[in-house]
Design a protein around this ligand. Structure first.
Ligand code: AN7
Length: 381
């Protein structure tokens, strides 16, 4: 138990709202408590009166929001006596599983699609000592294999079908309400398996269960009137939830699973979302919608954030901003709104895609004063 003000991770911080007991050994790397940064330049440039924030989840210990779910999932796996965790991953889950397993002193097995995960994520899984199994198949195939092998080997699955993952991830919604004093009007996220959009809705709903003995803002994910959080809400507002997919991997737009998903945003190169039914329920309950963004729009939004706001996220994360800006410009998200976009992963995860976008941005000059001075003066001219 921390007694001072040192932040020691989201389980300690939100302990009374998470499935842990007083003597649970918490496996934490100090995740959560990420910055909510208000964008200044982009809203001005598009000429819209909008309070636009990004939730910078790339600043978690392994560089993505997955840490929120992984601290819970690994904590519970260890508590239940598990010696190994297993996941399929487009990259970030494998990085988080590898790190938290190392912290806990257990083994992580990760199944990844060959050649389709960003370099930083692969480096993380390997350096933390995970057993990395590359398959000649995409994430969805890997996920099927995980489910099949889990019943035949002594491993705990730590994909978001593990309910503790969503419990950990719901804390991002708590943090936003704690900071803003209310829920935003709109919350925009990139959608792959749709675990994160579901987790956020669970968090927002729990925080809105505020009447003593009665659930005022019931969501379809709790036990209704017997919800453990009734009477413990802190706000009566909930956002409209908006999920954006990459156009080549957009089952929620097709209304059906996609067998061969393709996108530059490899993190969300997912055609068979694991939280399919849950995400439709989120849309319905929150009055939200799904939409899709092209790879060009995604990369343009990534570039806009880096060049105008100094914020570097990976391509998948930029999908939330790409979609939100389009809906703000069209008026679907009206002026005067408060909007939060989750930036799910750090830009350093995928240096190759970033560098590819910046051709001609580097010049080679002689190692002499004149050459360097010329280059600077030419640029300023
Ligand atoms: C940066 O790592 O599924 O809709 O295996 O890494 O909750 O799936 C990653 C997903 C968005 C989508 N942004 O979240 C994995 C994996 C980033 C991601 C998503 C992912 P969900």
């Amino acid at each position: 138990m921390s007694t001072g003000s040192r932040y020691t991770g989201l389980i300690e911080h939100y302990r009374d709202r998470l499935p842990v007991s007083a003597d649970t050994r918490v496996i934490s790397l100090g995740e959560g408590n990420t910055p909510l940064v208000q964008l200044e330049n982009i809203p001005r440039e598009i000429g819209k009166d909008i309070e636009l924030y990004i939730k910078y989840e790339g600043l978690n210990p392994t560089g993505s929001f997955k840490d929120r779910g992984m601290t819970m999932a690994v904590t519970r796996a260890v508590e239940e006596g598990s010696r190994a965790v297993l996941c399929a991953s487009t990259g970030n889950t494998s990085a988080a599983a590898a790190a938290y397993a190392a912290r806990a002193g257990i083994t992580a097995f990760v199944i990844i699609p060959e050649g389709k995960i960003a370099l930083g994520k692969l480096a993380q899984a390997m350096i933390h000592g995970a057993v990395v199994l590359q398959i000649k198949g995409n994430f969805d195939v890997g996920m099927r294999l995980v489910k099949e092998v889990a019943s035949e080997a002594p491993v705990t699955v730590v994909n978001s079908i593990n309910p503790y993952r969503l419990q950990g991830q719901k804390t991002a919604a708590f943090e936003i309400v704690d900071e803003l004093g209310r829920a935003p009007d709109y919350h925009c996220l990139p959608v792959g398996n749709a675990g994160n959009i579901t987790a956020h809705w669970i968090g927002y709903c729990e925080y809105a269960h505020h009447d003593e003995g009665e659930v005022t803002a019931a969501c379809g994910f709790c036990e209704g009137a017997s919800c453990a959080y009734g009477g413990r809400g802190v706000t009566d507002t909930r956002p409209v939830m908006v999920g954006y997919q990459a156009a080549g991997a957009a089952p929620f737009m097709r209304g059906a699973m996609v067998d061969h998903p393709e996108t530059v945003a490899t993190a969300i190169r997912i055609g068979h979302p694991q939280s399919w039914d849950k995400a439709w329920k989120v849309r319905e309950e929150s009055g939200g919608w799904f939409d899709e963004c092209s790879d060009e729009e995604i990369l343009a939004a990534q570039k806009l954030l880096t060049s105008r706001e100094g914020i570097f996220c990976e391509p998948a994360s930029a999908t939330s901003v790409a979609g939100a800006l389009r809906d703000i410009q069209s008026g679907k998200i009206p002026e005067g709104s408060t909007v939060v976009c989750t930036l799910t992963g750090h830009g350093l995860k995928d240096p190759d895609t970033a560098i590819k976008q910046c051709e001609g941005a580097m010049q080679t000059v002689d190692a002499e004063l004149d050459a360097v001075k010329d280059a600077i003066l030419k640029h300023l001219a």
